[in-house]
Structure formats: structure tokens, C-alpha cells
Design a protein around this ligand. Structure first.
Ligand code: URA
Length: 433
């Protein structure tokens, strides 16, 4: 086979066969195909797209380029959740203990944040001592005994995706639905799960800015999952404002603890319970979403989810004292108020701008090797639809620099305040199976 022929075939809008895709990915990983040819292929996919089975084969080839975990030693359904990335998204931290408390196995392999969205691993590492680098044996043992573990992917997972993603990043080919879907699913399926719920974010703080694009991505992800025998569902959820009231690693852990204590913001609770209800049905705990939601509500209310979180933190070497006393979490030195310049209603919040403001404080990474400051971030006091008066505090900036004037100005600018009360944002937009 010759790469030039496969590039031309894709350029002309034809689907590649499984044999061709397997050959191409293997040869690329073996460095027999140069980056300039792979770049041309990626650009052809960007313009021509991929057929459903072609996309599934592409994900499969990337998945088989590396290590695939065997979780068969863990009895029953093994289910994970993946979010396409949002600002203030701490759902995994709450959802994993909720599912564990319901007796569902949740072996979670998570990522670090890059750009304006934070990563689950970074948030967990705000808990002193928390270790996300378990061996496969430790991971399997912990999930078998306590139903949950959250760890980092090994560097052996889907090496083809790692190389292709770096190439896409510098060739203007990241924003392609089959390439994004193949990339996400190759990594997820390699973790050995047999069920997966996807939280596909849509809005100004998400990768997918429109519902139409989010639906296309959700369909692509579900198609690939099913083709690989993984029961998959996608939930489209709103990201036109940050989730909850906190953005920043330790601040989001504190909000997690509040939720596990039966308090915390309603939107975080609603999304957690919705995802948990679908996972309960997929794991066979019930065949009714209402009952699933009730079970999730019960474990949040009666302290079982909090106990499961404590167990996971203890299992992974973290300081459990922060659960009873979140004030022990790392704290920033300065708190600066970002105040409303005029009165009215909060009509919109630019979540991406707030994500970037938090990143500038040090809560996120612009480059993969940037070092984080887990203490810094933002606490919102107003969300979309809230009435405000001039001088009200919109958000508190938690900073380790004394006068982060540019960040404070960016936070104020992220809020659109006007006279008209805006329409209510709908958090759960659509379920795609
Ligand atoms: N996340 C991924 O893992 N891959 C993409 O291509 C985009 C987002």
C-alpha cells in the first residue's frame, strides 16, 4: 500500500477500508509514514469527513496501537463517564463516589486540563497526597474492593492518538468531528470498560459551540462505542455558563465536598444525578431513570457518597481531613472582588473568558508542561438570570499575586449585564443513545 493513494482516496471523498486504516496507523506509529503525508491525510478528513464504520475502524486502529487494559478480573459492568470539557466541571469527583455508593464499578481514567478547561486529575491532586498513578494491579484491586478509582492513563495507551493529536494541533485539523471522536474513544475503550456515558458540553465554554455540532459529535462517539461493543450514551449539557460556582482546583474540591454534604449548587447536583441515573440503568441497577435518580439522591443525602469519596481518597493516599475541614485545602493569599459596573440582570457569562482568567491566575495550563497553582481560581456569586445592583460582587478572584488587575477586569467583562431578564438556560439539552 502507498500512503499517497490513501490520501488521494480520502481527498476524493471515498471511505478507507479497515485494512487500509490498520496499515496506515501501524506504519505511522512505526515512523514509515512521514508527518507531511499524515498531515495531508488529516486535512482531507477535515474536509471530507468519515463514514461511520470508517470512523469506528480508525478509532480501533488507534486503540490497538497501544496497551488495552484487561479489567475482566473485576466482576460485573465496568462503567466510566467522559466529559468533552467544560469550565468548572467537577462532576467526575462527585459522580464516582455516588456510583460506588450504589455498588456500581467505576474505573475512571481521567486527564489533565489543557487550555481553558480544568482536568479531573489536577483537581484531585489539590488534595494533599492524592496519588493518580496507580499500577494496573492496584487499580483493579481498588475497584474490585471499593468500586471506584480515578487514575491517569498510562503513557502506553493509544500512542497513535498522542502523535496524531500533536500533529493536528499544528496543522489546523483539531476541529474535525471524526478525528475528535476517534481520539476520545480510542483512549476510553482502551481502559477496558464495557459501558460509557458521555457528557457532551455545548455552549460558549465548550469545544462545541452549537447544539448542531454537539449532536454530531455525540452521534459519532456513540457510533464508535457501539461498534466496539461498549454500551454508550451521550448527554448534551449546557456550557453557556460555568458549572457550579467555583473554577480552580482546590476551590472545586471544596465545592465537591459541599455537594457530598448535601449542599452545593443546584446545577452541579442536577447534572450529577442525571448522569448517575443513566449509569444506574446501564449498569442494570434499575430499568427506570426515575429510580436511578432517586438512588443517586439517596446516597448524596444520607452520607454514603461522602463515605465512598473518603474511601477513595484514603485508598489513593490523600489527606481525608480535607473532607471534614475543607479549609485545610491549599488557599490563595489574596481575595479580590470583581464588581458589577451597573445594575440589571446577568444576561450572559462568557465561560471561556472565565476559564482563561482562571488559567492566567495559574489554575490551568496553556502548555502541557506548565505548572499549576492548585489554590487559585474564581468563586462566582452571580449566575445567568440573577439580578444585580452596581457594586455587587460578581465573583471573587483567589490569587497568589497581590494585584491581578487584568484578570479582575477580564472577569468583570465576562459578565453581560442588561435591563432585560434573560431566558432560563436549560442544563440538560438532549440524550443521544
Ligand atoms: N479530546 C481528545 O481527547 N481528543 C480530541 O481530539 C479532542 C478532545
Amino acid at each position: 500500500m502507498r500512503m499517497v493513494d490513501l490520501i488521494a482516496k480520502k481527498r476524493d471523498g471515498h471511505a478507507l477500508s479497515k485494512t487500509e486504516i490498520d496499515w496506515m496507523i501501524t506504519a505511522y506509529v512505526d515512523k514509515q509514514i512521514p508527518d507531511y503525508q499524515m498531515s495531508a491525510f488529516l486535512m482531507a478528513v477535515y474536509f471530507q469527513g468519515m463514514a461511520d464504520d470508517e470512523m469506528a475502524n480508525f478509532a480501533g486502529a488507534m486503540l490497538n496501537s497501544g496497551e488495552v487494559l484487561d479489567l475482566s478480573a473485576i466482576p460485573g459492568i465496568k462503567i466510566d463517564k467522559h466529559s468533552t470539557g467544560g469550565v468548572g466541571d467537577k462532576i467526575s469527583l462527585i459522580l464516582a463516589p455516588v456510583m460506588a455508593a450504589m455498588g456500581v464499578n467505576i474505573p475512571m481514567i481521567s486527564g489533565r486540563g489543557l487550555g481553558f478547561t480544568g482536568g479531573t486529575l489536577d483537581k484531585l491532586e489539590a488534595i494533599p497526597g492524592f496519588n493518580v498513578n496507580l499500577t494496573t494491579e492496584q487499580f483493579i484491586k481498588q475497584v474490585t474492593e471499593h468500586h471506584e478509582a480515578i487514575i491517569s492513563a498510562s503513557s502506553e495507551v493509544a500512542p497513535a492518538d498522542r502523535r496524531l493529536y500533536a500533529l493536528r494541533d499544528v496543522t489546523g485539523t483539531v476541529e474535525s468531528i471524526p478525528l475528535i471522536a476517534g481520539s476520545i474513544m480510542s483512549k476510553k475503550i482502551s481502559s477496558g470498560i464495557n459501558a460509557l456515558v458521555l457528557d457532551v458540553k455545548v455552549g460558549n465554554g465548550a469545544f462545541m459551540k452549537t447544539q448542531e455540532d454537539a449532536e454530531k459529535l455525540a452521534h459519532a462517539l456513540v457510533t464508535i462505542g457501539k461498534a466496539h461493543g461498549v454500551q454508550t450514551r451521550a448527554i448534551l449539557s449546557d456550557m453557556n455558563q460555568p458549572l457550579g460556582l467555583t473554577i480552580g482546583n482546590a476551590l472545586e474540591v471544596a465545592e465537591t465536598v459541599a455537594l457530598l454534604n448535601g449542599r452545593g449548587p443546584q446545577d452541579v447536583r442536577e447534572l450529577t444525578v442525571t448522569l448517575a441515573a443513566h449509569m444506574a440503568v446501564m449498569a442494570g441497577k434499575t430499568d427506570s431513570l426515575e429510580v436511578g435518580a432517586q438512588l443517586a439522591g439517596d446516597v448524596l443525602r444520607d452520607g454514603r457518597a461522602k463515605r465512598a469519596f473518603r474511601q477513595m481518597v484514603a485508598d489513593q493516599g490523600g489527606d481525608v481531613n480535607v473532607i471534614d475541614s475543607p479549609q485545610l485545602l491549599p488557599k490563595a493569599q489574596y481575595r479580590i472582588s470583581a464588581v458589577a459596573p451597573r445594575g440589571g440582570f446577568v444576561q450572559a457569562i462568557d465561560s471561556e473568558a472565565l476559564g482563561k482568567a482562571a488559567m492566567q491566575l495559574g489554575a490551568g495550563r496553556a502548555q502541557a508542561d506548565d505548572k499549576l497553582d492548585v489554590a487559585v481560581g474564581l468563586v462566582l456569586h452571580k449566575k445567568v438570570g440573577t439580578p444585580v445592583s452596581a457594586g455587587d460582587v460578581l465573583a471573587t478572584v483567589h490569587s497568589n499575586t497581590a494585584d491581578p488587575a487584568a484578570v479582575v477586569a477580564a472577569v468583570v467583562d465576562a459578565f453581560t449585564i442588561g435591563a432585560e431578564e434573560p431566558a432560563k438556560l436549560q442544563l440538560i439539552k438532549e440524550i443521544i443513545e
